[in-house]
Design a protein around this ligand. Structure first.
Ligand code: MN
Ligand code: MN
Length: 301
C-alpha cells in the first residue's frame, strides 16, 4: 500500500503540470517596473485557468526578501530595476499540492548566484531516494552551493507536502544537520535551496510585515462579519495559506478591516511574516516538487 492512492498521485501530477506551464508564462511576462500585484494576480489566474487552484498566494520576494511577500490589497509597489525576483507559486488539484519557484534576475551580477541555486536543486534531485537521511540531502545541497563560492540560507528549508498541506511535517534543511529523519518512498517533497552571497549572514529573520495567513483553530468571534469571513476562509482555503486580497468582496467593504482585525487578534488565524536575509544581502532560490519512487524521484513541476 502506498501513501497516496493512484488518483492522488494523478492529481499531484496535474498540479505539477499546471505549475510548469505557469512558470514558463511568468518568465515571459515579468518586467522591471511592473506592479507586483499584477504579477501575483496574473500567476494566480493562470493556475485557475489551467484547472487548478492556488495552494497559497503567489509570492514575489525581491532582493534581500527571501520569501513570504505577496501583494496586500491595493499594493502600489513595483519591481525595481536590477532586481532579483523570486516568484514562488503553489497549485492544488482537489487538495493535492505542488510547490515550485522561478527566480528572474535583472542584475547580471547575480546570474551565477541564481545558477548556483538551480545547480544545488539539481544535485539534490539527482541524489534523493527512499530512506536517504535528510541530513545527507542537506549536506549535498550545502556542498553544491559552497563549492561555487556562495552561501546557503541555513534557516530556510524544503518540506514534505500533503493533501491540503503545504508543510506536511518533515522539513528538508539546505545544510548538513543532526537528524534521524529519512526520505520516505511514495511521499511528495518540495526541495528548495536558498542561496546568498558568501559575505552574507546566511540566515533570515522575520520582517515587520505579514501578508500571508492561514486558518489555525476555531475561536469565539463577536463581530458577525468576522464570522462570515472565517466561514469563507474555511470553505475556500481550508488549512492552506491565503492573502487578504482574496477576501475582497466577502463582507461589505466598510466592515472588512475591523472583521479581519478580529480574526487576527482572536488567534484563529496564523500569519507568516516576511523573511528577510539578516544582513540584507540578495537571495536566490530554486524549487521543485518531487515524488519519491524506488531508486530516486520523479520531478512533478
Ligand atoms: Mn515554494
Ligand atoms: Mn516550498
Amino acid at each position: 500500500m502506498s501513501f497516496f492512492d493512484e488518483e492522488g498521485i494523478k492529481k499531484f501530477k496535474s498540479a505539477g503540470k499546471i505549475l510548469r506551464e505557469t512558470k514558463a508564462e511568468i518568465k515571459r511576462f515579468v518586467r522591471e517596473g511592473m506592479p507586483i500585484i499584477e504579477v501575483c494576480e496574473k500567476a494566480e489566474n493562470l493556475i485557475r485557468e489551467k484547472g487548478g487552484k492556488p495552494a497559497f498566494p503567489c509570492n514575489v520576494s525581491i532582493n534581500e526578501i527571501a520569501a513570504h511577500y505577496t501583494s496586500p490589497p491595493n499594493d502600489d509597489r513595483i519591481i525595481p530595476e536590477e532586481a532579483i525576483v523570486k516568484v514562488d507559486v503553489g497549485a492544488h488539484v482537489d487538495g493535492y499540492v505542488a510547490d515550485s519557484e522561478i527566480t528572474i534576475c535583472f542584475n547580471p551580477e547575480y546570474a551565477s548566484m541564481v545558477e548556483t541555486a538551480e545547480q544545488a536543486l539539481k544535485a539534490a534531485i539527482n541524489s534523493i531516494h527512499p530512506r536517504m537521511s535528510t541530513s545527507k540531502l542537506g549536506a549535498t545541497i550545502e556542498r553544491a552551493i559552497k563549492s561555487r563560492g556562495f552561501k546557503p540560507v541555513s534557516n530556510l528549508t524544503g518540506h514534505e507536502v500533503g493533501r491540503y498541506l503545504v508543510h506536511a511535517g518533515t522539513s528538508l534543511p539546505n545544510v548538513s544537520h543532526i537528524s534521524l529523519s529519512k526520505i520516505k518512498l511514495g511521499r511528495v517533497y518540495a526541495i528548495e535551496p536558498f542561496v546568498t552571497l558568501p559575505n552574507a549572514a546566511g540566515r533570515v529573520e522575520n520582517g515587520e510585515e505579514t501578508v500571508i495567513f492561514r486558518f489555525l483553530k476555531p475561536k469565539h468571534l463577536k463581530n458577525p462579519y468576522a464570522k462570515q469571513l472565517l466561514k469563507h476562509i474555511k470553505e475556500n482555503f481550508r488549512t492552506l495559506p491565503f492573502a487578504e486580497r482574496w477576501l475582497q468582496g466577502v463582507v461589505p467593504k466598510e466592515h472588512h478591516k475591523e472583521a479581519f482585525r478580529e480574526l487576527l487578534s482572536s488567534k484563529c488565524l496564523m500569519g507568516y511574516p516576511v523573511f528577510i536575509e539578516a544582513s540584507r544581502k540578495p537571495v536566490a532560490q530554486a524549487e521543485h516538487t518531487v515524488l519519491i519512487v524506488e531508486g530516486g524521484c520523479v520531478v512533478l513541476t
